[in-house]
Ligand binder design. Structure first.
Ligand SMILES: CC(C)(COP(=O)(O)OP(=O)(O)OC[C@H]1O[C@@H](n2cnc3c(N)ncnc32)[C@H](O)[C@@H]1OP(=O)(O)O)[C@@H](O)C(=O)NCCC(=O)NCCS
Length: 164
């Protein structure tokens, strides 16, 4: 998907149904619509959405907490039908650049060790594994990998997309 085909912007209340639908399709213990509404109201949370330019469909979202000097990536997800077309990479790049602009020195996240698609995406963005939490996830049972991205890599390693 080229940059001309999607736009990134902050999530709005009108996006909540679509965000919750993508979330429910992606995760065994999904956040609810109410939980995402709380994120929109939280002063230090940033929820970004990727939207198709052709029909305004919501393609994916990312949720980050800005707590300088650190940021925490809580969620990133792409609608199943839109995967592997650069949506997740565009959202991650956007989120990392936002954290850097907010003065964060590093971005942290936890990811299930079996989630190799996400781990690859994070590694491409400059994240490195810095720890492991055994048994952190219960559905399905898995360890969490702790990953961090340092300020110098924030948003620069993933391909740039014109117009985003
Ligand atoms: C992880 C996820 C967000 C990636 O979204 P996406 O829009 O498909 O990602 P992109 O198309 O931008 O891919 C970027 C890079 O990630 C890696 N990647 C993503 N999906 C992959 C797959 N199925 N197989 C191998 N590598 C993959 C690749 O390095 C890819 O770059 P490439 O296509 O040039 O090889 C998506 O698979 C998803 O929503 N998964 C379910 C939710 C989830 O697990 N989120 C992470 C935990 S919060």
């Amino acid at each position: 998907m080229s940059g001309a085909e999607l736009s990134l912007r902050s999530a709005e209340p009108g996006d909540l149904d679509a965000i919750a639908a993508i979330e429910a399709a992606c995760f065994p213990r999904p956040w609810t619509r109410v939980m995402f509404a709380e994120e929109l109201a939280r002063a230090f949370a940033r929820v970004a959405v990727a939207v198709s330019d052709s029909d305004n469909t919501l393609l994916g979202f990312a949720c980050v907490w800005h707590l300088p000097p650190e940021a925490h990536l809580l969620k990133i997800a792409t609608a199943t039908a839109a995967r592997r077309r650069g949506v997740g990479g565009a959202l991650l790049r956007h989120s990392l650049q936002g954290a850097r602009a907010a003065g964060c020195e590093q971005v942290q996240l936890e990811v299930a060790s079996a989630n190799t698609n996400a781990v690859r995406l994070y590694e491409r963005a400059g994240f490195a594994v810095v720890g492991r939490r055994p048994g952190y996830y219960r559905e399905p049972p898995d360890d969490a990998l702790l990953m961090t991205c340092r300020r110098e890599w924030m948003g620069d390693l993933l391909p740039s997309r014109a117009g985003l």
